[in-house]
Write a protein that binds this ligand. Structure first.
Ligand SMILES: Nc1ncnc2c1ncn2[C@@H]1O[C@H](COP(=O)(O)OP(=O)(O)OP(=O)(O)O)[C@@H](O)[C@H]1O
Length: 281
């Protein structure tokens, strides 16, 4: 082999289109969970024109936990998610990801890069693209601009997409346009798009609203299966669904934690009966 051939082979190797150069790969942050806790929300206050949306809120979520968050309309659930994801700054208090990352020092984009993914209530998939392409697009958008321009999918990335398709039960629909999926399937696809970034913490807002009973059941299985490897916080009004997945339930009321425990414990809690479940009854 001539010197020119050797050099051109080496160059081809470095510039392979399916490779993301190591120096462009985002570094995985080391989240310190030596205390088992992955999310610390402490003494958080937030007022809107004098109205206290969050009132000395304290919440601790363990690494790998599946936590359900319930509370009447206006209890502060969305506002709390907004604070965790950097959308809204609180007036006071602290929010830490692991014991080492102060989230209040970071922008929304930086918080997402640390490994916190958020799923809003309404699915926002790219309807004119296939299920597979949606997952591919979210993979690329996680890599930053330069790799997106040059990278083609590597076997590892294709493998990851296949794995996520399996997790969200959409392997058979991989070539379907996302717009043709059922409402439930769109929700799973969006969860899959978040999973492409391998987040440590997933915040999921009302995942089963508008789903059929079968889709609801499958969503329960999906979220339960994600816990362990990921930490999952689910905000949900559907109490049957919460009962089916929850180990620990946190009840928010007027911007504070009113009760926390198993579903049975919170359902039998006097304060909860009075201010929340009582209302439903
Ligand atoms: N940007 C804002 N400006 C003024 N008030 C706000 C703002 N965001 C939220 N609030 C108020 O803060 C309170 C808490 O709202 P939040 O949306 O967090 O409640 P929630 O528990 O998510 O309710 P829901 O279950 O209806 O989504 C509500 O009274 C709401 O009107």
């Amino acid at each position: 082999m001539s010197v020119i051939e050797t050099v051109s082979d080496q160059a081809r190797d470095v510039f392979r289109p399916d490779q993301v150069w190591p120096f462009l790969m985002p570094k995985k942050p080391e989240i310190n969970v030596s205390q088992q806790v992955i999310l610390y929300v402490e003494g958080v206050n937030l007022s809107f024109d004098g109205f206290k949306a969050l009132n000395n809120l304290n919440l601790y979520v363990n690494d790998g936990e599946l936590r359900c968050l319930i509370g009447a309309n206006g209890a502060g659930k969305t506002t709390m998610m907004d604070v965790i994801t950097g959308k809204t700054q609180p007036d006071s208090g602290t929010v830490y990801f692991g014991s080492n990352y102060n989230l209040l020092d970071r922008s929304e984009a930086e918080i997402a890069e640390l490994g916190i993914g958020r799923k809003f209530q309404k699915p926002t998939v790219f309807e004119a693209h296939s299920v597979f392409d949606n997952l591919e697009l979210s993979l690329k958008s996680n890599k930053g601009v330069i790799p997106t321009l040059f990278a083609r999918l590597s076997p590892t990335e294709i493998g990851r997409i296949e794995e996520v398709l399996e997790i969200i039960s959409l392997t058979d629909q991989r070539y379907m346009l996302a717009g043709a999926l059922s409402h439930g399937q769109k929700q799973w696809l969006e969860i899959g798009m978040l999973l492409m970034a391998q987040p440590r913490l997933l915040l999921v807002d009302e995942p089963v609203a508008g789903m059929t009973p079968q889709e609801t059941e499958r969503t329960a299985e999906l979220l339960t299966s994600l816990a362990g490897e990921h930490t999952v916080i689910v905000v949900e009004h559907d109490m049957e669904f919460v009962r089916s997945i929850a180990r620990t339930v946190t009840v928010l009321h007027q911007g504070s934690v009113l009760a926390e425990g198993t579903m049975d414990q919170v359902q039998n809690n006097r304060d909860v009966i009075e201010v929340y479940l009582g209302e439903e009854a």
